[in-house]
Design a protein around this ligand. Structure first.
Ligand code: COA
Length: 101
């Protein structure tokens, strides 16, 4: 099945600090999440999930990009424990301030 491309503005990414996650909303409904754990100024990105029916449309990529941009704006460093986030950072050098050690 070929997924329909996303329309401009159809997808929104919101930080939900109370649930330690960024949520991807497609036409207002949550279709993906990027979970994190904060340790001071280091944020471990632990898990990313996109609803199976919505996979392969670029939602995970937009979620990763927006979450990392928000963390950078907040001056936080990223510990990419989730392999999908780690792969995104490897493909987009400079998208995150990485935690060292
Ligand atoms: C991984 C996941 C979040 C990707 O979401 P998505 O919306 O389908 O992602 P995109 O459409 O933006 O695809 C991005 C790219 O990442 C690749 N990718 C998929 N899973 C990956 C993984 N675990 N690690 C690295 N890259 C991955 C895709 O092949 C795709 O590459 P392409 O553009 O060269 O074809 C989603 O498939 C998912 O929820 N999987 C189950 C949970 C999981 O494995 N999470 C990741 C580990 S925490």
């Amino acid at each position: 099945m070929v997924a329909e491309p996303l329309r401009p503005g159809q997808l929104r990414v919101e930080r939900d600090g109370s649930r330690s996650r960024y949520a991807a909303l497609l036409d207002g409904s949550v279709v993906g999440v990027a979970e994190f754990v904060e340790h001071g100024d280091v944020v471990a990105m632990t898990h990313t999930f996109v609803e199976p029916a919505q996979e392969g449309r670029g939602i995970g990529t937009i979620l990763a990009r927006e979450a990392l941009a928000d963390l950078r704006r907040r001056g936080l460093r990223v510990d990419p424990r989730c392999p999908f986030i780690a792969a995104h950072i490897a493909r987009n050098p400079g998208s995150a301030e990485l935690a060292s050690g």
